[in-house]
Design a protein around this ligand. Structure first.
Ligand code: PMP
Length: 423
């Protein structure tokens, strides 16, 4: 595959058909940025496209396939459960089991509400925070993504939040205050000078833009500042949850939020999300005082997939194995880049690291923007041509299905891609 252009006839044909019936040929705007390759199957860490080309996958569906594609235990659980009905519009035993398992893994939370997408669980969190505090605004951070709804979708321009979409209600952005992340003083000052702030929402490890860990003392400091001002701390763990540690970033960094949202890795690829928190706050949903609804919330499939995934994560935690392999891949990329005189900067957590061209370290959104994103995006096209499927924005996700041999093969393919790039 690496020496000659691989076949793309069927993908091209499907792309033309897709363009006629779906705007941009896609169903999520994020995918407008990816090459128009159509897939026919995936298993473990391998993807096969409709022209028969094979790829080692480091996009993993943008994160959900933490156990690898099509994990047999999750598939069996979903298949078995769904044959007895998929959606009841009423309660069922699997949702209780999913809730109990989820809370047991997370540790600090007492109740959970399931949703379908991360975007909606974030909205539920913000609404609940307003109800609990009686305040309206929230603090959020440069480079953090919290879904595509009007009040959270932003483009950062010179440190200010601008709408990122036509048709977006710009006034909804007035509800949030945008700050640079990893800067405790900025949060403390903002909280000290505004008394209408309901919540601080953040990705506790910044994974949507770069792979940037909180600096020492930052999460603890924000936690203290929130407590001092009666403000709720919301961790958006839609990517970090179950991935960076069994109990997500709260577990990894030892800081407990008031509310947290999850999605992606919690259900082996099935679309499901969750909001968790203490009973004292969550019970507002239970009394009906705060509305959170959804036809497909806690569907049989979502609960079956969640139970099977969490069972695996508890019985056979893959985190250390994934970390070791991710670290080896990171080191290998750095070495190969040096061999080819490429200024590739690789950093972050080994289960979700970031690569880009330019100088590190990347400590925040501003330093991330100094990397040459266009050049890296072009390089990812070459990687894809060499059978390594990666996101153009720099994130590399690893799964429990990436074996040592897959890392070796990836490095061989990357070496060929780099050779093709520099020659
Ligand atoms: N929060 C974070 C931190 C995310 O990474 C994402 C999705 N990438 C979302 C929220 C939105 O989740 P979804 O795409 O499932 O709506």
């Amino acid at each position: 595959m690496s020496d000659k252009p691989h076949p793309a006839e069927r993908s091209r044909e499907l792309h033309q058909r897709a363009l006629r019936v779906m705007p941009g040929g896609v169903n999520s705007n994020v995918r407008l940025l990816a090459p128009p390759v159509f897939f026919q199957s995936a298993r473990g860490c391998r993807l096969v496209d409709v022209d028969g080309n094979h790829y080692i996958d480091y996009l993993l569906g943008q994160g959900p396939n933490f156990l690898g594609h099509a994990p047999p235990d999750v598939l069996d659980a979903v298949d078995d459960a769904s044959r007895r009905g998929m959606v009841y519009g009423a309660q069922h035993s699997l949702e209780v089991e999913a809730a109990e398992r989820m809370l047991a893994v997370i540790g600090w939370a007492e109740q959970v509400r399931f949703g379908v997408s991360g975007s909606e669980s974030v909205q539920a969190a913000l609404r609940l925070a307003r109800a609990v505090t009686g305040r309206t605004r929230f603090i959020r951070f440069e480079g953090h993504y919290h879904g595509w709804f009007d009040n959270v979708l932003v483009r950062v321009e010179d440190g200010a939040a601008a709408p990122a979409s036509e048709g977006q209600l710009v006034s909804h952005l007035d509800d949030s205050l945008l700050l640079p992340w990893n800067d405790l003083t900025a949060v403390e000052e903002m909280l000290a000078t505004n008394d209408d702030i309901a919540a601080v929402i953040m990705e506790p490890v910044m994974l949507n833009a770069g792979s940037i860990e909180p600096v020492a003392g930052y999460l603890e400091g924000v936690r203290r500042a929130c407590d001092r001002h009666g403000v709720l701390l919301i961790f958006d763990e839609v990517i970090s949850g179950f991935r960076v540690a069994p109990g997500g970033a709260a577990d990894r960094y030892g800081v407990t939020p008031d509310l947290a949202t999850y999605g992606k890795a919690m259900a082996g690829g099935w679309p499901v999300s969750a909001l968790v928190g203490p009973r004292s706050m969550m019970e507002r949903f239970g009394t009906g005082a705060v509305n959170h609804s959804g036809t497909f919330n806690a569907s049989v499939m979502a609960c079956a997939a969640t139970v099977a995934t969490l069972r695996r994560l508890v019985d056979d935690p893959p985190h250390e194995r994934i970390s070791a392999r991710g670290r080896r891949l990171m080191d290998g990329l750095v070495q190969l880049a040096a061999d080819h005189s490429l200024d590739l900067h690789v950093q972050g957590l080994p289960m979700a690291f970031h690569a880009g061209f330019g100088d590190g370290p990347v400590l925040d959104y501003r330093s991330l923007r100094r990397l040459d994103a266009a050049r890296y995006n072009e390089f990812t096209r070459v990687l894809i041509d060499h059978g390594v499927w990666v996101a153009g924005r720099g994130i590399w996700y690893l799964s429990a299905a990436h074996e040592e041999a897959d890392i070796d093969e990836t490095l061989e393919r990357v070496a060929a891609a780099m050779k093709a790039t520099v020659s």
